[in-house]
Design a protein around this ligand. Structure first.
Ligand code: FE2
Ligand code: FE2
Length: 530
């Protein structure tokens, strides 16, 4: 039996963790990780320890979905306490870094008044000295930029915080992961490997290339008492064979949310990879089994947790030839370099493509177009819409672009001309600024500001305007977070009365009236284009 060849089952959930918290992109750069550690993780744990029942009640309240509440039903307080204590014991330097960032902000707020910043370098907290440059914008507003590649080389980037938690997943019901740390349990195998470890690739290759148990045991360093659990994650049954598209034009398939695979006979492109595992379900879908052996381009639209998902990226990394990302603004806390983040988690060939720049191949290209809004008016540059051309067809993947300024699309139309199909998110309510960026703020923001500056995508008026300006024959509303398997990263549950549904329904009706093919994607979809 030890020589039988075994695959990793297709329903083994692998959660990437950072000190037991679900790892997302801001937990890789030292500065944003430090701020999230002190302002999100420790605060949530402290609050739970003080009032577990408040959390238990809040988790049950649909209005508070995605809020900072631990989902353990008021139980396991001792374990949360020991996690908090362990975090404080093992990460004092990250806590110092977080405090240093707050002090630096304070120094700039109180002392940088438009005169030379040179004297302030003496006041920069010692641990940040040499890692930051102090700057003004043209209106004398002071700020600092982090010299990110150097800070990653310091003790503040510590891969020992990273690990992977393996367990069996049998259905769509996964609790929201961003507010609750993952505690140990008997059904979970905790693999203590940093994300960039080559063995992570070997683990996920096991989904398609089997190996004998003796080798797998060694690879995962499974202690003897956990061998039965790890063995239960494996199967002798191979996955179904995947047939890549070999037709003339192209085929695209919707995998849920903003994840779309576009294939021609020569090129495969996967947008915003967020994949479902494979298990029995009423909602039909494409899953990990529906990917080609090799993906030419993974393309990322922006650095939000529902578009940059490590859980998927790590599992497909070994198949991916290139990753296209938007460049960031260069060291501002709220806009860490996505290229560096992905390189740090072990991705190869990460290519930054700036606005109006393209990557080309025979018979096709991907061009990055400007993406306005949806980032609470923060100066965040790491975002792009993408125009894909194959032959004489043009498809626009606009993700959560908010049409704040229609004239932009006039200018773009002038450059790119008619577009055959547009994919656009219409999450037009959006979470308030602090939901995502709160831990980075070192001074409390007024409630009115927080409420007004949301992570909102286009509404009906803004969406129809884009469709009209590009003379598009098809519009697909996507990235709505509605698929039942996305609950763990989306803090949304829409009803027919929710504004994003009302607005997108309106768009679909209006487009249909004018002979434009319009649909809100859900679950799965496949289209062939000649
Ligand atoms: Fe977004
Ligand atoms: Fe989104």
């Amino acid at each position: 039996m030890n020589n039988d060849l075994l695959y990793l089952r297709q329903n083994i959930q692998v959660e990437p963790l950072f000190d037991y918290w679900y790892a997302w992109s801001h937990l890789i750069p030292p500065a944003t990780a430090a701020r999230n550690l002190t302002e999100r993780h420790l605060k949530i744990m402290d609050s739970y320890i003080n009032a577990p029942q408040v959390h238990a009640n809040a988790v049950k309240n649909p209005k508070l979905l995605g809020g900072p509440f631990v989902d353990y039903g008021g139980k396991r307080v001792d374990e949360i306490k020991s996690l908090r204590d362990q975090t404080k014991r093992t990460r004092p330097h990250l806590m110092d870094l977080s405090n240093a960032i707050a002090s630096l902000d304070d120094i700039l707020r109180t002392q940088a008044k438009g005169l030379s910043l040179q004297p302030l370098y003496n006041l920069v907290p010692d641990i940040l000295k040499g890692y930051v440059e102090l700057v003004y914008d043209l209106n004398n507003n002071p700020s600092f930029r982090i010299i990110e590649p150097l800070l990653y080389q310091s003790r503040y980037y510590d891969r020992s915080a990273q690990s992977l938690a393996l367990s069996v997943l049998t259905g769509d019901d996964r609790p929201f992961v961003l507010s609750t740390p993952r505690l140990e349990s008997d059904s979970l195998f905790h693999l203590r490997l940093p994300f960039d470890d080559e063995r992570v690739n070997e683990l996920f290759r096991l989904k398609s290339s089997p190996r004998p148990w003796t080798e797998i045991k060694e690879l995962l360093e499974a202690p003897e008492k956990l061998e039965p659990l790890v063995r239960s994650f494996l199967t002798p049954s191979p996955p179904p064979h995947y047939s890549s598209y070999q037709g003339k034009g192209m085929r695209w398939r919707y995998f849920g949310h903003a994840c779309i695979l576009l294939e021609t006979a020569g090129v495969s492109i996967l947008f915003d990879p967020v994949l479902s595992y494979t298990y029995e379900s009423d909602v039909s879908r494409y899953t990990y089994n529906d990917l080609p052996d090799s993906i030419d381009y993974v393309v990322i639209t922006h650095n939000h947790q529902d578009h940059v998902l490590f859980e998927t990226l790590l599992q497909i990394r070994h198949k991916v030839k290139n990753i296209i990302v938007p460049p960031s603004s260069g060291g501002f806390l709220q806009d860490p370099s996505l290229k560096l983040i992905l390189k740090k988690i072990g991705c190869k060939n990460v290519i930054e493509v700036g606005e109006m720049e393209s990557v080309e191949w025979e018979n096709g290209s991907i061009s990055a177009l400007p993406f306005l809004g949806e980032h609470s008016d923060l100066n965040i540059r790491c975002k792009a819409a993408y125009l894909v051309r194959v032959g004489n067809r043009a498809l626009l993947f606009a993700a959560d672009s908010c049409n704040l300024e229609p004239r932009l699309y006039d200018h773009l139309y002038h450059e790119v001309g008619d577009v055959d199909a547009i994919f656009l998110g219409m999450e037009c309510d959006g979470a308030p600024l602090t939901w995502l960026y709160g831990p980075l703020l070192t001074k409390k923001i007024e409630r009115a500001m927080d409420e007004s500056r949301r992570l909102a995508g286009s509404n009906f008026d803004q969406a129809i305007d884009i469709v009209r300006r590009f003379n598009s024959k098809s519009i697909y509303v996507y990235a709505m977070g509605q698929e039942p398997w996305l609950g763990y990263i989306m803090s949304l549950k829409y009803t027919e009365q929710s504004r994003p549904i009302i607005e997108s329904n309106k768009l679909i009706q209006e487009c249909s009236k004018h002979g434009i093919c319009a649909e809100r994607l859900y679950g799965e979809k496949e289209i062939f284009i000649e």
